[in-house]
Write a protein that binds this ligand. Sequence first.
Ligand code: HEC
Length: 113
Amino acid sequence: MRHLLCALAIALAACKVNAAGDSTDGRDLFASQCSACHGPTGRPTEMMVERFGVKDLTAPDVRRDMTPASVERQIRRGSANFKMPSFEGQLTDAQIRVLAEFVAGSTFVPPPP
Ligand code: HEC
């Protein structure tokens, strides 16, 4: 599925999904696995939102319903519309868990300056 997405999104940042290696750092994993679509801070570019329907992970309405379990489910299954690929098998269980904790956690969105 990821290859199909990359074919569709060719030349776009969405293809820059790197190998996760053995990192178990949430921030590192987000940067290597998620930021190409969701943006380095969780806020996607307008183009990614318009073209691919990428969700802003910093948006208050998205964060209101977000839990580590909901993020874990999304990482494992991808989105029902296939716009977000499943990472099951690409990441270890431990990596998926730290990523889910990190994304749903209180440090993900920095407080306003
Ligand atoms: C290929 C682009 C792409 C990548 C890579 C990607 N996502 Fe997504 N993500 C999406 C899209 C598109 C949606 C919206 C899907 C929909 O319409 O349901 C989404 C939705 C989500 C949602 C649900 C938000 C909500 O509440 O509706 C979460 C959580 C999420 N992504 C987390 C992640 C994490 C964590 C990673 C890294 C492991 C990741 N995404 C990697 C494209 C991507």
